[in-house]
Unconditional design. Structure first.
Length: 472
């Protein structure tokens, strides 16, 4: 499907001089192809910066309302606490060596393959010339960096776009679905752990296989950047749901690895896909909260192909043009208010109500720390992405330069995404309710004179318990 033939989306009366929406098709293609936000406006604009500040402002307001003004202000200026969060998040990522290695390896494979396919496509050169027609290289790099700061989790919450990783994950889940549960655990060792039911395993590998087939057919049909549609009405709903389930499982795997990396008793356990599946559907909700424009834009784009052209002049037509233009940026800015829910899911049993209640608890305990963490992540992503664009775009104009700039910007922001996710998991762990272990009756007198040791109440936060003979 050619985006330029969609009259419903882009039909509008041209303004005198330059059409301000002439970059909208390119911006939408870059978002669908690689989750790269881009300005749909021909001339440079500060819209992305104001949207980012507005999103953080809404999050500050939510923290103040739930946490209280005094506690929120104290946490905002808690420099030692922010330094400790940076240290703990970095340590958590460093200890998750298997996750980092897999993320880097599959990212290199995926983006190298994508670059090889568009290396000699002439449209890449035309896109770069269109972007730089009214922008200097510095302005373009700064604008792209700010927009990258709006989506610090784009490289970890949209892993379903990584076709190689999705294929491997689907095969792993399929194998887990046909193996007896618990057969790989050593005898004599027990651990209370949430397990996924067989329904989720079948759903995930089934949806994953169908989504892989859809991606292959779309590429064979020439729809490299845009979602393939126009054949059935129902695909406008089914494709976003398939994307959400695929992204949700892969995000659940990342959350599981980061959660285990923070435990003192965590070792190099074998990969357990059922532990990741146990976080569904909460992980799917986390993806919808972190990257709402990904699924909403797919739905709107596929649905508008089935609408009559008579709605161009109606309010619905105005909404479609906004949603597929600046709406991508605005929706992602509003998403900053709820992105902390992603870390809560790591310490949940995958239930939606539990995730929502846990996020309110997180805002009450660590709301201002969350604001500063997202601000630091946005600034780091903006600086690294802008630097990548500034360096790569110095090359002569070629068909592959814009794609290479986008790819290197994602390479640069991948560590930021992993750290942001680790910081969210760390804050969510700190907000967990605590409970005291039960003590034998014979030690009641001693317990009254000894301070009670508090430990996280969540079952996954407890160390493994080895089976042993009862103490007389």
């Amino acid at each position: 499907m050619d985006l330029m033939t969609g009259p419903l989306v882009w039909a509008q009366a041209p303004a005198a001089g330059v059409n301000p929406n002439s970059l909208a098709p390119l911006a939408l293609r870059r978002w669908f192809a690689g989750l790269t936000l881009s300005s749909p406006q021909f001339i440079p604009s500060g819209h992305g910066l104001w949207a980012w500040l507005a999103g953080l402002g809404l999050l500050v307001l939510a923290a103040v309302l739930i946490q209280g003004p005094r506690a929120a202000v104290q946490q905002l200026f808690d420099v030692a606490g922010h330094v400790r969060l940076v240290r703990d998040g970095t340590r958590r990522v460093w200890r998750a060596g298997r996750l980092v290695a897999a993320a880097i390896a599959f990212t290199v494979i995926s983006w190298t393959g994508a670059e090889a396919m568009i290396y000699s496509v002439d449209s890449g050169r035309a896109d770069l010339l269109l972007l730089t027609r009214a922008r200097g290289l510095g302005e373009l790099a700064l604008e792209q960096g700010i927009l990258a700061g709006l989506t610090p989790l784009r490289d970890v919450a949209g892993l379903g776009d990584n076709l190689a990783l999705l294929i491997v994950a689907t095969i792993v889940v399929f194998r887990a679905s046909i193996e007896p549960q618990g057969s790989g655990e050593p005898p004599g060792v027990g651990r209370v752990r949430a397990r996924a039911g067989p329904g989720w395993t079948t759903l995930v590998w089934g949806i994953g296989a169908l989504y892989i087939l859809y991606r292959v057919v779309a590429r064979a049909a020439g729809s490299v950047d845009l979602p393939l549609g126009g054949c059935l009405v129902v695909e406008a709903v089914l494709i976003p749901i398939a994307m959400l389930i695929a992204d949700g499982f892969l995000l659940a795997w990342v959350l599981t690895e980061l959660r285990q990396a923070g435990l003192e008793t965590a070792g190099e356990e074998r990969l357990d896909p059922l532990a990741a599946l146990a976080l569904l559907p909460g992980a799917a909700l986390a993806c919808a909260v972190a990257l709402p424009a990904r699924y909403l834009a797919t739905f709107v784009f596929l649905a508008q192909a089935h609408l009559p052209t008579s709605i161009i002049a109606t309010g619905l037509g105005d909404y479609i043009r906004w949603q597929l233009g600046w709406g991508l940026t605005d929706v992602q800015a509003v998403a900053l208010v709820g992105v902390g829910l992603v870390g809560v899911v790591a310490w949940s049993r995958g239930r939606l109500g539990e995730a929502l209640a846990g996020y309110r608890r997180l805002l009450a305990a660590e709301g201002a720390h969350l604001v500063v963490a997202l601000a630091m992540a946005g600034i780091a992503a903006a600086v690294l992405a802008a630097t990548a664009y500034a360096v790569v775009l110095l090359l002569p104009v070629q068909s592959w330069v814009l794609g290479a700039a986008d790819s290197y910007a994602h390479f640069a922001t991948l560590p930021v995404g992993l750290w942001t996710l680790a910081a969210l998991v760390e804050l969510a762990q700190r907000s967990l309710p605590t409970a005291a272990r039960a003590r034998p009756q014979t030690r009641a007198i001693y317990a009254q004179s000894t301070p009670r040791r508090e430990e996280p109440a969540h079952e996954d936060a407890l160390p493994p318990v080895e089976a042993s003979a009862p103490t007389p």
